[in-house]
Design a protein around this ligand. Structure first.
Ligand SMILES: Cc1ncc(COP(=O)(O)O)c(C=O)c1O
Length: 269
């Protein structure tokens, strides 16, 4: 999530050991690398998102990339290939004709095709991913340098990861839930849209908010560490368009907010 990368060497080792197929969710990982290789190249397939908060942005939609011909054909047919439409896709595979026959009229076409307009918007942006990534790295470093790390903590980035963080997460574990709530309110009132991930009942990233899974599977006591981690984790987007001046101002507002929290705590004690 949010461009954070696990230790891919370990992930690959475990998946090979237990014969698990790797599908990489690269929604926030364009521009992010592991040992110098763009994320998305380590599994059988990868998916990424092109909606409006993403590195490459067409307003909506996404993409699947795969090495596997069966996955490729299934996705193409599902996305809306019927009759001879599959011929519009370039497929270089020795068994392609038989495989296409196997899919025809056996997979429902959901008409999720990308429009030419979206594809045109995206095509141009792929060429500037690295340039944008460099800018994000610079802004992230400015914020990281500018925030007071004695009071808040940052997740470690593995030395083999080249990050490209268009958002920042940090932990407020030295503060109580009430203090985190007060900080969020204070920052939001100043136009700094921070979000303590575990505090909002509607946050879609939090497993305990997922009403679509069995309540037994999202019992907080079964995941105490994850619960603790999420409950104190703050999420803040770092827009590409932020100027350096605005970035410094952002740090100042966030540090000043921490000062106010500490002053309120001192006044109470
Ligand atoms: C890790 C991750 N996966 C998937 C998605 C969903 O992408 P989309 O909105 O294009 O469905 C997001 C959205 O932010 C995401 O962060």
């Amino acid at each position: 999530m949010r461009g954070a990368v696990p230790d891919m060497d370990k992930v690959i080792e475990i998946c090979e050991k237990y014969n698990v197929t790797i599908i990489e969710d690269c929604a926030h990982a364009l521009g992010v690398k592991w040992r110098g290789t763009q994320m998305g190249h380590f599994g059988q397939s990868m998916v990424t998102s092109f909606q409006s908060h993403k590195m490459v942005d067409a307003g909506e939609g996404g993409m699947l990339a795969t090495n596997n011909i069966d996955v490729y054909l299934k996705a193409a047919f599902l996305s809306g290939c019927y009759e001879a439409n599959i011929r519009k896709h370039i497929i270089d595979h020795p068994e392609k004709e038989e495989k296409i026959k196997d899919c025809l009229n056996k997979i429902p076409p959901y008409n999720l095709r990308m429009s030419n307009l979206s594809a045109g918007l995206l095509f141009r942006q792929f060429g500037i991913v690295e340039k944008k990534a460099e800018r994000h790295r610079k802004l992230y470093k400015m914020i990281w340098d500018g925030l007071d790390k004695d009071r808040i903590s940052f997740p470690q980035v593995n030395e083999h990861t080249t990050p490209c963080l268009d958002s920042m997460q940090f932990g407020m574990y030295k503060y109580s839930i009430e203090e985190r709530r007060a900080y969020q309110k204070d920052m939001n009132s100043q136009g700094v849209p921070i979000n303590v991930i575990g505090l909002a009942a509607e946050n879609a990233r939090v497993f305990f908010n997922w009403k679509f899974i069995d309540p037994e599977m999202r019992k907080l006591e079964d995941f105490p560490n994850t619960h603790r981690l999420i409950e104190g984790m703050v999420d803040v987007r770092i827009p590409y368009s932020l100027t350096e001046e605005e970035t410094l101002d952002l740090c100042k507002r966030m540090n000043d907010g921490l000062d106010r929290l500490d002053a309120a705590r001192a006044a109470k004690n």
